[in-house]
Design a protein around this ligand. Structure first.
Ligand SMILES: Cc1cc2nc3c(=O)[nH]c(=O)nc-3n(C[C@H](O)[C@H](O)[C@H](O)COP(=O)(O)OP(=O)(O)OC[C@H]3O[C@@H](n4cnc5c(N)ncnc54)[C@H](O)[C@@H]3O)c2cc1C
Length: 434
């Protein structure tokens, strides 16, 4: 029986942030709450504009999803263009489409380059495995429609050519998103922290913010270490938002995702399993995603073991089962790391920038934030500065709540049971060939 470490594999190369551990100042221009990709990127933009910025995290900076994720970086969103048009109108839907598919990834790449962030960034391409033949056909038609709207570097890969990309016949072909890439999440966030600090932002960990109270034209930010007076505040807490911030919390659904990493594997096995060295995801609702570690030696796979918290032993067992289902050749692989993190979903499945009672937020990446979180952190900062370059369709998306979502996401275990039913139905549908 494997006894994996419960810290993210990425934390093996995620040094404790060594920025100046300044004492809490009495005043500053902007307090950014949450030192993940959103918070770091916002702090960087704000500090570069000359603002005095304080970036706070309740835990070590980078404790949240930003250093726990699968390290896949790309664009896109979960709704179809028709659904987006119905909700937001055609102009906004088109703006969102371009930002989601093109501009957010281009921005993240540029930020990595401009700030010299050494994060093993590589344009590997992303293979999206299709669950059945009908889905493959629908996806191919959807791609044709997308091509009529914007220029995308995406192709379909028929099942007959799938083995060129991944060493399994598990999927009914796939979609190849050539411009998508991979990063090392620990190194990525570490580089973002350093860039924000270099620009002049003060960064402090182990400083939970407990309340933000309006006072005069600004705010008193209450923390476990004392109070700060700030002109403006940005909440960058996404799936880790606490009940202290009830309004935002009621709009952010903390969905857990789980990952495991294997020990180093023999090169021949790596060649067999991942011949194309792609980042991989799938379309079924179990939503497995897998890749090699940046050194190409380990296999890393994540997925929906449960939607809320579950024991790490159970999650490891479920993920190992999914891994062996897709790649029986990995049956003897030893699992060295098994960890979890919280994504921030919204009821609309779209991220959002806005204000609640005068306090700004940028959040709700709904499972995909390596490009979008730095992008919207930057856009939120520009909006706070009153800079017209902050214009984005993501101020027009909705951040709704439901009357039945008050303090805790009590409904997630029920949603998980529903998805288990969907999983079984998906399995049956494929067995009967529909
Ligand atoms: C397991 C997993 C796999 C994923 N895989 C991918 C992937 O492959 N590709 C991709 O693009 N996206 C992926 N994502 C999503 C992506 O990681 C997130 O969208 C992104 O990291 C969000 O960044 P953030 O800065 O907004 O939030 P986070 O990185 O979660 O940071 C929020 C921070 O806020 C702090 N905080 C909360 N409350 C307070 C408070 N009151 N006071 C002070 N600090 C506070 C927390 O400690 C935390 O550090 C994944 C997410 C998870 C969990």
């Amino acid at each position: 029986m494997d006894t994996p470490k419960s810290n993210p594999f990425w934390w093996e190369e995620f040094p404790a942030f060594d920025g100046k551990a300044a004492a809490l100042p009495e005043t500053c221009d902007v307090v950014v709450v949450g030192a993940g990709l959103t918070g770091c990127s916002a702090a960087l933009t704000l500090a570069k504009s000359g603002a005095q910025v304080l970036l706070l995290d309740a835990e070590r900076p980078g404790f949240g999803a930003s250093t726990r994720n699968g390290g896949m970086i790309g664009g896109g969103y979960r709704l179809s263009f028709e659904e987006m048009t119905q909700k937001y109108g055609r102009d906004t839907a088109f703006r969102l489409l371009v930002e989601a598919h093109v501009e957010s990834l281009a921005f993240a790449r540029q930020r990595i380059e401009d700030e010299n962030i050494d994060c093993d960034f590589n344009t590997y391409g992303r293979f999206r495995g299709q669950w059945n033949n009908a889905e493959y056909d629908t996806t191919a038609r959807g791609l044709d429609d997308l091509r009529k709207l914007i220029d995308v570097n995406i192709d379909m890969v028929p099942k007959s050519e799938q083995r060129r990309e991944i060493g399994t016949d598990f999927y009914s072909g796939g979609m190849m998103l050539h411009d998508h890439g991979g990063i090392h999440p620990g190194k990525y966030l570490n580089g973002m922290l350093k860039a924000a600090a270099r620009a002049g932002a003060a960064i402090m960990g182990n400083t939970p913010v407990t309340a933000v109270v309006p006072q005069g034209s600004g705010f008193v930010v209450q923390t476990a270490k004392g109070e700060i007076h700030a002109d403006a505040v940005l909440m960058a807490t996404n799936g880790y938002t606490t009940t202290d911030f009830a309004k935002l919390k009621r709009r952010m659904i903390p969905v857990s995702s789980f990952l495991i990493a294997t020990d180093e594997l023999p090169p021949a096995l790596i060649d067999d399993v991942m011949p194309g060295r792609r980042m991989c995801v799938e379309t079924r609702h179990r939503h497995c995603y897998f890749r090699l570690s940046p050194d190409g030696k380990r296999f890393v796979i994540g997925g929906r073991a449960a939607m809320s918290r579950m024991s790490q032993t159970r999650a490891t067992k479920i993920l190992r089962g999914l891994m062996e289902e897709i790649f029986p050749q990995l049956g003897n692989a030893k699992i060295t790391h098994s960890w979890t993190g919280q994504t921030g979903f919204t009821f609309s499945f779209m991220p959002h920038i806005g204000q609640l009672d005068g306090v700004w937020h940028a959040a709700g990446y709904s499972g995909s934030g390596n490009a979008m979180a730095p992008y919207l952190g930057h856009k939120a900062a520009l909006n706070m500065l009153g800079d017209p370059a902050g214009d984005t369709g993501f101020t027009k998306t909705q951040l709704e709540t439901r009357f039945w979502y008050q303090k805790s996401a009590w409904f997630l275990p029920f949603a998980h049971q529903l998805y288990r039913f969907v999983d079984r139905r998906e399995d049956r549908q494929r067995e009967i060939g529909s």
